[in-house]
Design a binder for this molecule. Structure first.
Ligand code: ACO
Length: 328
C-alpha cells in the first residue's frame, strides 16, 4: 500500500528573548530555581502585533522550501494549536491564504501539546488512504498570550513558536516513512491543565477576566507524574507496533515540557544523552510546536539523517498523549 513520508521540515520562533533574569524582575523566582527544576534558560516571545498564524505560515513555507514543493500543490493543512489567532476561522484557514495553498482543505486540531503527534498520525492516514498527495502538518502556539505573568508556578515555563512538516508519498522501493503511531487520551484529567474561560462554559465577561480565568492553569506535580508514565508507555507501545526495540532508536524527539521529565524517560529507556533531542533550554515549553521545532532543528543540524529511526513522543492537556515512529 501507499506509505506517507516526511518530505521537508520547517520551524519559526520569535526574535525576542525572555530570559530567566528578565523573569526575576517580574515574579518572585530565580534563575537557579528555573534551571534546576525545569532546564529552561530562556524562551521566545512574539511581538504584540503578531499572531500564531504568522509563525505557522513561516514554518510551513520553510517545510515546503526544504521539500521543493510549491504551496499550490498542497491538498490539506492541519494545524495543532490551543492559541489560535481567534476562535474561528481556524488558524489553518488563515495559513492556507497566507501561503497561497489554493487547493488545500484546512482545519485546526485541538490536542494541546500532543497536537503535532495527532496531526502527523492524521496526515499520514490521509496519504495512506490515497485521498491526498501532499499534507502540511503544522503546530503553532503563542503560549505567552494565555500565560499569567503574575503566577510564578506557570509563567517561567512557556514560550512561543511554530513548526511544520510536509508529508507526501514514499516510493515502493523506499524504506522512509511514517511507520506507525500510538495515540491516547484521558478526559478525566482535563482539570489538571486547562484554560477555564473563553469557550461556551464560561464566555468572556468582565468577571471572567477579573478572575484571571483566561489564563492557562496547571497542577504541576500531578501533570509531572502523568507525563513520565505517558512518555514511557507511549514509546513502548509504538515500538511494539512497528516491531523495533528501544536500542533501534536513532533519535528520540520528546515534547519539551521539563528537562527532568525528558531525563526520567531517557533513563527508563537506557538511552545516552546524544540520542535525545533537547531544545527546552532555548525555547521553554512551546506546547504543540515543541516536537515540530525540535524535529526541524534535528534535521537541520544533521542529528537526524536519512535512514534514521526517529521516535517523537509527547503528552499534554486533555489529557492527551501520543508517539509516532518515523524512518527518515
Ligand atoms: N520560582 C521559585 N519558586 C517556585 C516557582 C518559581 N518559578 N514556582 C513554584 N515555586 C515554589 C513553589 O511555590 C513551592 O514552594 P513551597 O514548597 O514553599 O510551596 C516550591 O517551589 C516547589 O514547587 P513544586 O510545584 O513542588 O515544584 P516542582 O518541582 O513540582 O516543579 C514544575 C514545578 C516545574 C511545574 C513541575 O511540576 C513540572 O514540570 N510539572 C509538569 C509540567 C508539564 O509537563 N506541563 C505540561 C504542560 S503541556 C501543555 O499542555 C502546555
Amino acid at each position: 500500500g501507499v506509505r506517507a513520508k516526511i518530505l521537508g521540515t520547517g520551524s519559526a520562533v520569535p526574535q525576542r528573548v525572555l530570559s530567566n533574569a528578565d523573569l526575576e524582575k517580574m515574579v518572585d523566582t530565580s534563575d537557579e530555581w528555573i534551571v534546576t527544576r525545569t532546564g529552561i534558560r530562556e524562551r521566545r516571545i512574539a511581538e504584540a502585533n503578531e499572531a500564531t498564524s504568522d509563525y505557522v505560515a513561516k514554518a510551513c513555507e520553510r517545510a515546503l522550501t526544504a521539500a521543493g514543493v510549491d504551496a499550490s500543490e498542497v491538498d490539506l493543512i492541519v494545524c495543532g494549536t490551543v492559541t489560535p489567532d481567534m476562535m474561528f476561522p481556524a488558524t489553518a484557514n488563515l495559513v492556507q491564504n497566507a501561503i497561497g495553498a489554493k487547493k488545500a482543505a484546512s482545519f485546526d486540531l485541538s490536542a494541546a501539546c500532543s497536537g503535532f503527534l495527532y496531526g502527523l498520525s492524521l496526515g499520514a492516514s490521509f496519504i495512506e488512504s490515497g485521498h491526498f498527495s501532499y499534507v502540511l502538518v503544522a503546530a503553532g502556539d503563542l503560549l505567552s498570550r494565555i500565560t499569567d505573568y503574575e503566577d510564578r508556578s506557570t509563567c517561567v515555563l512557556f514560550g512561543d513558536g511554530a513548526g511544520a512538516v510536509l508529508l507526501g508519498r514514499a516510493e515502493e522501493s523506499e524504506e522512509a516513512g511514517i511507520l506507525g503511531f500510538s495515540l491516547g487520551s484521558d478526559g478525566s484529567g482535563g482539570h489538571l491543565l486547562n484554560m477555564p474561560a473563553g469557550g461556551s462554559r464560561i464566555p468572556a465577561s468582565a468577571e471572567s477576566v477579573a478572575a484571571r480565568l483566561h489564563y492557562l492553569k496547571m497542577q504541576g506535580q500531578e501533570t509531572f507524574k502523568f507525563a513520565v508514565n505517558a512518555m514511557v508507555s507511549s514509546t513502548e507501545e509504538v515500538l511494539e507496533k512497528v516491531g523495533y526495540q528501544k536500542e533501534d532508536i536513532s533519535l528520540l524527539v520528546p515534547h519539551q515540557a521539563n528537562i527532568r521529565i525528558i531525563d526520567a524517560a531517557r533513563r527508563r529507556f537506557g538511552l545516552p544523552e546524544d540520542k535525545v533531542m533537547v531544545t527546552i533550554d532555548k525555547y521553554g515549553n512551546t506546547s504543540a510546536s515543541s516536537i515540530a521545532i525540535a524535529l526541524d532543528e534535528a534535521v537541520r543540524e544533521g542529528r537526524a539523517k536519512t535512514g534514521d529511526l526517529v521516535v517523537c513522543v509527547g503528552f499534554g492537556g486533555g489529557l492527551t498523549w501520543g508517539s509516532v515512529a518515523i524512518r527518515l
